[in-house]
Structure formats: C-alpha cells, structure tokens
Design a protein around this ligand. Structure first.
Ligand code: FNR
Length: 372
C-alpha cells in the first residue's frame, strides 16, 4: 500500500509481514519460547485505563521532554535492535537520519549492521546518540569500546543485562536451518552469514560472569557518560542499580526475546517507582533524578502516556522502527514518527494534559494491571 494509507504502527508490521524476506521477518518478529512475554508486552498496556480530566485548556499541547538531560521531541527513543541490514540495505543509518529529522534520540546497538563510527558519522552536528553495550568477556576490549564511544560524543551507555545467554527464538532458528539451502540466500549472502553468526557471536563474546562487582569498572571507563542498566526486571535490581551509582534503568525483557514469562516492564513500573521513592533514590538530594525507562510492546502514544503517568522518563521503541524502515525506508520511519506525534497531540488533549508534567499517576487506573 501507499505510505499515506499507513495509519498506525501496527500497519507497518502487517506490511512487513507480507513484504519482508522471511529471514529478516523471522529475526525481527520472533520472541523467546512460546512468545508469552512478547505478547504480554503489548497486552499489559491494555489493562491500564485512563482517568481523563476535562475542561482544561488544551489548545496548545507540548510533549517535548528531556531524556538523561538531552532534549527529545517526545518521550520516545529508538532502542537498540541488531542487524538493521536484514531489513534495509543501508541499515541503521536510516534510523540515524530519521531520528534527527524528528528530534529524537537513537541508541546505537553493539550488533548493528552498520559500523559504530559510520552511525556516529551519519548523525547531524549536535545530534544525541546513546550506545547499547554488550559487555565483552575481554575487559580491555570493553574499556576500549567505551572510551572510543566517549571520544565520539556518545552521551550514555545502556548496558544490556538481560542476555548472559541468548534466548531461544524458535521461529528464527527454524528459518536459519531452512536457510542453509542456497536458494534462500538471495540478496547478499553476506547479510545471511552475519545473521547466522549473530546468535553465535552474542553468546560467545558476551560475558556471563558480569556482576554488580563490575559496575565500578564500567563507571570508571564511562567517564562523563551516564550508565543505564537495560533489562532490569524487578524492583530489587532497580534499587541495587541506584545504590551502585547507575544513572537509570530500562525496565525491559528485551522485547520478549530472552526469558519467556518474564514480566512486562510496564507491569513492574509502579513497584519500581515506589521502592526507589521509599528509599529516597528516585530524586536524590543534590543529584539528577534517577531515570526509569521502559521498553517492549509500545505501539501507541497512549502506551507512552501510561508509562509517563506512572513515572517513566521515556520509553524505548524497537520493532516498529525496524518494520517502518524495512517497508518504506527513511520516509517510512519519518511517517511512523509523525503518526506517533499526531497521536500524542490528540491523546494529550483527550486526557486533559497540556504538557507531560500534567500526565500524573492519578490519570491512570492500574487496578487491573496485575489481574489479567
Ligand atoms: C532487540 N533488542 C536488543 N537489545 C539489546 O540490548 N541488544 C540487541 O542487540 C538487541 N537486538 C534486538 C534485535 C531485534 C530484532 C529486536 C526486536 C530487539 C531488544 C530491544 O532493545 C528492545 O528491548 C525491544 O525491542 C523492545 O520491544 P519492542 O518495541 O520491539 O516490542
């Protein structure tokens, strides 16, 4: 269909399902095991209801914000997703350009198809980028990567902590087996090779011995860059992250690609906020706020507004960027971001919130959140 007929983020997924090559589709769309967590990521938002307010002047609506001290046109960032070239020949730099066009922040994946420097070079002057990091078992390599990122102007490191071993994505595994037949290796055997190799690469170089003891080392390497743990799944670990001097956490289950039946980030957000607040760790005196981000299953601005109401600074969006990029390229990603912006404007009017500071906990009813 023509791009103008694409009305929601879900539409991109539907088009991608029918037009992407099977290898790319299966890699992007798969979740771990029975994909229960992957589905829950989206349905959890459907158990939160708004408590809209009326008769507030919503002529002007402003959904711009700051993420880790950096301006963003909306409380959304592009989270790290590996292997962008499975969906688009130019890969992740397409997202870099769209992020600039729409004033949002991109998180560069360790396992991007494009090189790290290529992605930094593709950014406009002053464009903010974060880096997702899989910590290498070889500490000196990790140190080099982090220091290089700092030199290249990366503002924050998101250390992925939910993948000491790669989850089993069976849909993905099946095509890989079938894909060994050369007839499947159409466009660029190279991409296919990298895909097949990625799973192995992830599990071979990621350090499963990574522990809280390593945080001081990572902080030291990071210098001025902020450190965020990506993949926190309990309030206990959020508290530990704050106590150990991290700057924030992402409540995430890796898009349902790691531990199946892990909770959705949004489900644990209320208890994480409460636990940090109780201990004075959320807004520590004289220090910047400890930032809580959420990712997984976010497909509507209403999802984002629910997370913001419950105390998230911002949310990460993954697959919709891959699907819009794979189907319509740069224009598609821009269209997707415009859809989100239009949804923000309308829904903030409808809930009676002219700015994001008006999006407060009392604007949502979470009584059904833990009772599916
Ligand atoms: C991911 N994700 C991910 N996370 C990470 O820390 N390092 C990585 O290399 C990847 N790679 C990756 C590939 C693909 C194809 C997907 C779909 C996801 C997880 C990602 O950052 C994020 O947690 C989820 O994608 C968020 O869920 P949604 O928005 O995709 O539902």
């Amino acid at each position: 269909p023509d791009l103008s007929e694409i009305l929601s983020l879900h539409d991109f997924e539907a088009v991608a399902r029918h037009t992407m090559n099977r290898r790319g589709w299966n890699y992007y769309s798969s979740g771990a095991d029975d994909e229960i967590t992957m589905r829950e990521n989206n349905t959890a938002y459907q158990r939160i209801w708004f408590r809209p307010r009326i008769l507030r002047d919503v002529t002007k609506v402003d959904f711009s914000t700051e993420i880790l001290g950096h301006k963003s046109s909306m409380p959304v960032y592009i989270t790290a997703t590996a292997l962008g070239k499975l969906g688009h020949p130019e890969g992740e730099v397409v997202l870099t350009r769209a992020a600039h066009e729409h004033g949002i922040i991109q998180m560069i994946p360790t396992l991007a198809s494009c090189g790290f420097d290529e992605m930094v070079d593709a950014a406009a002057p002053g464009q903010v980028q974060f880096l997702q990091l899989y910590v290498n078992a070889d500490k000196s390599r990790t140190k080099k990567i982090i220091e290089h990122a700092g030199k290249r102007g990366v503002k924050a490191l998101f250390i992925t902590v939910d993948a000491p071993q790669l989850g089993r994505r069976e849909k993905d595994m099946r095509t890989k087996f079938e894909g060994n037949a050369s007839s499947h290796q159409t466009k660029g055997g190279d991409k296919v090779q990298r895909d097949a190799g990625a799973a192995r690469a992830i599990s071979s170089f990621i350090d499963p011995s990574l522990s809280w003891k390593d945080i001081p080392f990572l902080k030291e390497c990071a210098g001025d860059m902020k450190i965020i743990l990506k993949g926190v799944q309990s309030w206990e670990d959020a508290v530990l992250a704050a106590e150990r001097g991290c700057d924030g956490v992402v409540l995430s289950n890796h898009g349902g690609r790691q531990l199946d039946t892990a909770p959705a980030g949004i489900t644990i957000l209320p208890e994480v906020v409460a636990a940090l607040n109780q201990r004075g760790l959320l807004v520590p005196p004289g220090k910047p706020r400890f930032e809580i981000m959420v990712d997984g299953g976010v497909r509507r601005a209403t999802d984002v507004l629910k997370a913001v109401a419950l105390g998230a600074t911002a949310v990460g969006v993954g697959r919709p960027f891959l699907y819009s990029m794979s189907t319509y390229g740069f224009e598609g990603v821009c269209h997707m971001l415009q859809i989100l912006k239009d949804e923000f404007e309308m829904n903030m009017r409808l809930i009676g919130a002219p700015t994001l500071t008006d999006v407060v906990p009392s604007m949502v009813d979470i009584s059904a959140l833990k009772v599916p």
